[in-house]
Design a protein around this ligand. Structure first.
Ligand SMILES: [Fe+2]
Length: 178
């Protein structure tokens, strides 16, 4: 499966069911795309240009497929994607994924108390979902590269990140964290 047929499968599945079942089909589809060695080499290999590359944007449904061609290791702070879900599919190296649960009642918009709820590692060929509104963080080494499908263009929606030490909630600027 190549990127264009993965996009077509995604479109068909999300048009039929935009909820968790449709997203699960997209996750499986992303794993099939990442099992394509030619795609991984051409899009995410050592010679691929670094940075963020938009592979596909669906004008009708709004979802995006983005290749994150990372060079340097990074630990993101816990953050959400607002009302959007995200599916992360690993191409090279690995990404450690954490889902966080809020221990406070959300009454204070400027502070949050978090505890890790679920931790797992994505290895090449594996994809994982963060459902809409889920606070999450990622941690990856140098040259970790992944393909991410988001429910919508994240630049257009309000998102928050949380400082783990102080619990302070901050509004995020576009593409500040993945
Ligand atoms: Fe994220």
């Amino acid at each position: 499966m190549g990127a264009s047929s993965a996009a077509a499968h995604g479109r068909a599945n999300l048009a039929r069911d935009p909820g968790p079942n449709g997203r699960e089909q997209v996750r499986l589809c992303l794993e099939r795309l990442l099992s394509n060695a030619d795609f991984v080499r051409d899009t995410c290999g050592d010679d691929a240009p670094q940075g963020l590359k938009l592979l596909y944007e669906d004008k009708a449904l709004g979802f995006q497929i983005l290749a994150h061609i990372n060079d340097k290791a990074r630990v993101s702070p816990p953050h959400d994607h607002g009302a959007s879900w995200a599916i992360y599919g690993q191409a090279t190296k690995y990404t450690d994924m954490i889902e966080w649960e809020r221990e406070d009642d959300g009454a204070d918009p400027s502070h949050a108390k978090l505890r890790p709820e679920k931790k797992y590692r994505l290895n090449p060929g594996q994809a994982g979902i963060y459902q809409d509104g889920k606070i999450h963080s990622i941690d990856y080494p140098d040259k970790s590269r992944f393909v991410r499908v988001t429910g919508t263009n994240l630049d257009r929606i309000a998102r928050i990140r949380i400082d783990l030490k102080t619990g302070e909630v901050h509004q995020m600027t576009p593409q500040q964290a993945t």
